[in-house]
Structures are given as structure tokens and as C-alpha cells.
Design a protein around this ligand. Structure first.
Ligand SMILES: [Mg+2]
Length: 399
């Protein structure tokens, strides 16, 4: 069997109503893209994957990488992954765009292999450890959180740069001790180690399942200082690419939870390796899914079904309805848990007509310009990211 052709399917996706990456609950309208790829073979079997990591740019990367794969046997996944990775040497090799492109292609290779062997991808990854995947969703208000709990969710994440301490305190008071709560600080550069330490120490009293990105991902030294000064479990890794990107967070003991993004970490091949490296260091895995589209979510479910140290999967419960409409068969979520599909390969296809009806318009944006924590036009905060601590000192301590 040989790979004959690779096609890309780029679309404009709507925004979820409640987004963790918007500090005030206003969704990031009009900037979310999904990129799907299909690998075709001379045996008539096709594979489907999804690329995050700036999808519109990753589309060009997929086109550039295609000649590395065409003519090759799609079942030799590790070899093909290494060929793609080597081919990126001239382009920096380590970034999320290249790894985003490889993610979708790698995912599609696993899909083909599953179809050829008539077995689900989770079976290729080692077989099932669990029948369903626990998920958490996002809430910035008590009302939203209560609605999710009423639908069966037992884990809620809040956060943003606007008063994460206040939000977590409110959620804990309203939901009691049985619901797992997480807080994502999004690691802004103005959140320095001393501020992050003060904040994390205040968060300890609310017993979060984890505190995510307490400092900027580039500030590894600051992460160490936070780690040594607080007892809250720490999570990070969504903006890193590949096994090597995740390595030091795990091996240096900086996190309790590693959060690679299934669509931009390089695919299931490195995700499985990251999981194993994490397992060896008693770190659990909770893949990022902030911009994740529906096929990458499928891949994450297959992976988490097959690894022992799966903690939980991020999910936007109240996402854009197109997330289901674009799929031949949406994932089933019952009581806050995703059911593991049993069909061969990833077990899903895309609706190409639906994608064609939603062409990509725009794929990047400035941060929000309204409400608390905004980068309001005409203010000092507009372009001076580092000054955004102004007016936020009260976020670091409960008075
Ligand atoms: Mg995050």
C-alpha cells in the first residue's frame, strides 16, 4: 500500500459561548479555524487527521510536507514521523506550526492503520485502560458551573487573567468539596514569580485539582520558584511542541499534570511517548483542547483510553454546534464522560460540504478589548503587555 495524495480542508469555526481564553467570558468571535487533512492510498483506504497550531499556516506546512509522504507505505508511522521531523530541520523543527502539521498527518496515518487492521486506534496504542474519558468544561460564573454540574460534570475549570482567585473561591463555595476545580492563569508575562507564588498560596485553601500555567511557558526558572514555594498541583504544556518540548517540565519535576495539545504536539506518536515519559515521573496527562477541533478530540479520546496516567480531557461542553455538524458521528458525552468509540481507525469522517460552506476568513486576533483585563484601545495596556499588572494587585490576595 502506498500513499497517493494528501488533501487539506480548512474552515472557519464558530466560537464556544464560554471560553477560558477570554478573560471576561466574551468569546473570541471570528478567529477560530479548523484544519483537517486526508491521506489517500492506492488501496482505497483514507486516513483523517486534524492540525492545530495556527491552522491556516499549518495548511501550507502540510502541503510542503506532502512529498515526504507520497509514495510511502502509510503503516510505517514511526519512520514517516521521523522523516517529517527531519524535513523540518531547516524550519526550526521545534515549533507548534510544524508540529501542528505533523499532528494531522500522523493522526491520519494511525487512522489508516486502524482501518487496514479493522481495529480502533486505541487498540493499536495498547488497548483499553478505560471505557470512558472523564472531561471537564469551563465556567467563569457560578451559574455556568451549576449548569454543567446539572449535566453530570464533576470537574470545572475557571480562570483567566481577571480575578482567578475570586472565581475559584466563588465556585468552591457554591459547588462544595466533591467537584474538582481547576484554575488556568494563562501564564501572562506580567505574572512574575513573586505574584504567581502569592496567588498560588491563596489558591491552596480551595484545593484545586491543578493550577495551570502560573507563569509564562518560557519562564522555566519562574516555574521552578513557584513549584518550590507552593503546594498546589501545577499543570502546563499546551503551548509546547513534541516530546522534547514537554521533556523538561516532566523530568525536572515542574508539573504534576502535562497538557500537550493533541492537534499541535506532533500527533499521537509523540503524545504516546510524552504519556510514557510522564508515567515514569508520576505525572498525569490532561490534554489541552482550547482550540481543538472535533477530529483532534477523537484522537485524544483514543489516546486517553489507552494510557494509564490519563487524568482528564479538556472540553467545551457548550461549543459551537458546527463541532457536531462537521462530523459523520459526533463523540458521545454522557454525564461529563466521553464514550470511547469502537469503530476501526479513529472512527469518524468529516462533512466536506459543511466545511466548504464555512471558508476560512481570519485566524488570528488581538486580545479582548472590553471589560476587566482588557487591552483597551487608547490605554497604556493596549500595546504594553507587561504593564497589564496595573490594577490587578488585588487579584493576588483575598482581603
Ligand atoms: Mg490553558
Amino acid at each position: 500500500m502506498k500513499i497517493t495524495e494528501i488533501k487539506t480542508f480548512l474552515m472557519q469555526a464558530g466560537s464556544p459561548k464560554e471560553t477560558a481564553w477570554s478573560a471576561n467570558g466574551i468569546s473570541s468571535a471570528g478567529t477560530r479555524n479548523w484544519l483537517f487533512v486526508k491521506i489517500y492510498t492506492d488501496a482505497g483506504v483514507t486516513g483523517l487527521g486534524e492540525c492545530s497550531g495556527w491552522p491556516r499556516v499549518a495548511e501550507a506546512a502540510v502541503r510542503d510536507l506532502s512529498h515526504i509522504l507520497v509514495g510511502e507505505d502509510p503503516t510505517h508511522i514511526e519512520r514517516l514521523w521521523q522523516r517529517m521531523h527531519t524535513a523540518l530541520m531547516g524550519h526550526g523543527q521545534s515549533g507548534v506550526v510544524g508540529h501542528g502539521a505533523m499532528s494531522g498527518l500522523d493522526m491520519a496515518l494511525w487512522d489508516i492503520k486502524g482501518k487496514v487492521l479493522d481495529t480502533p486506534v486505541w487498540n493499536l496504542l495498547g488497548g483499553k485502560v478505560r471505557e470512558r474519558i472523564r472531561a471537564y468544561s469551563h465556567a467563569s460564573t457560578v451559574e455556568n458551573a451549576m449548569s454543567l454540574v446539572a449535566r453530570g460534570y464533576t470537574a470545572i475549570k475557571t480562570g483567566g487573567v481577571a480575578d482567578p482567585l475570586g472565581k475559584l473561591a466563588d465556585l468552591r463555595a457554591a459547588l462544595g468539596d466533591e467537584i474538582d476545580l481547576m484554575v488556568d492563569l494563562h501564564g501572562p508575562p506580567w505574572l512574575t514569580a513573586p505574584d504567581a507564588i502569592a496567588l498560588c498560596r491563596e489558591l491552596e485553601q480551595f484545593h484545586p485539582l491543578f493550577v495551570e500555567e502560573p507563569v509564562a511557558p518560557e519562564a522555566v526558572d519562574a516555574m521552578r520558584r513557584v513549584r518550590d514555594a507552593t503546594s498546589v498541583p501545577l499543570a502546563a504544556g499546551e503551548r509546547l511542541a513534541g516530546l522534547y518540548g514537554a521533556r523538561s517540565l516532566i523530568t525536572d519535576g515542574l508539573v504534576d499534570v502535562i497538557q500537550p495539545d493533541t492537534g499541535r504536539a506532533g500527533g499521537l506518536t509523540p503524545m504516546k511517548k510524552i504519556a510514557a515519559l510522564a508515567e515514569a515521573h508520576f505525572v498525569s496527562m490532561a490534554p489541552h483542547a482550547g482550540t481543538l477541533g472535533p477530529v483532534a478530540e477523537y484522537a485524544a479520546v483514543h489516546l486517553l483510553a489507552a494510557i494509564p496516567n490519563a487524568l482528564i480531557l479538556e472540553r467545551f461542553e457548550d461549543d459551537w454546534t458546527g463541532k457536531q455538524a462537521v462530523l459523520s458521528q459526533p463523540l458521545e458525552c454522557v454525564g461529563g464522560h466521553l464514550l470511547v468509540p469502537d469503530r476501526p481507525g479513529l472512527g469518524v469522517d468529516i462533512d466536506e460540504a459543511f466545511i466548504a460552506a464555512h471558508p476560512s476568513v481570519r485566524n488570528c486576533r488581538l486580545p479582548i478589548t472590553e471589560g476587566a483585563g482588557a487591552y483597551a484601545p487608547g490605554t497604556e495596556a493596549e500595546a504594553v503587555y507587561f504593564q497589564s499588572r496595573q490594577g490587578r494587585h488585588h487579584y493576588f490576595k483575598r482581603s
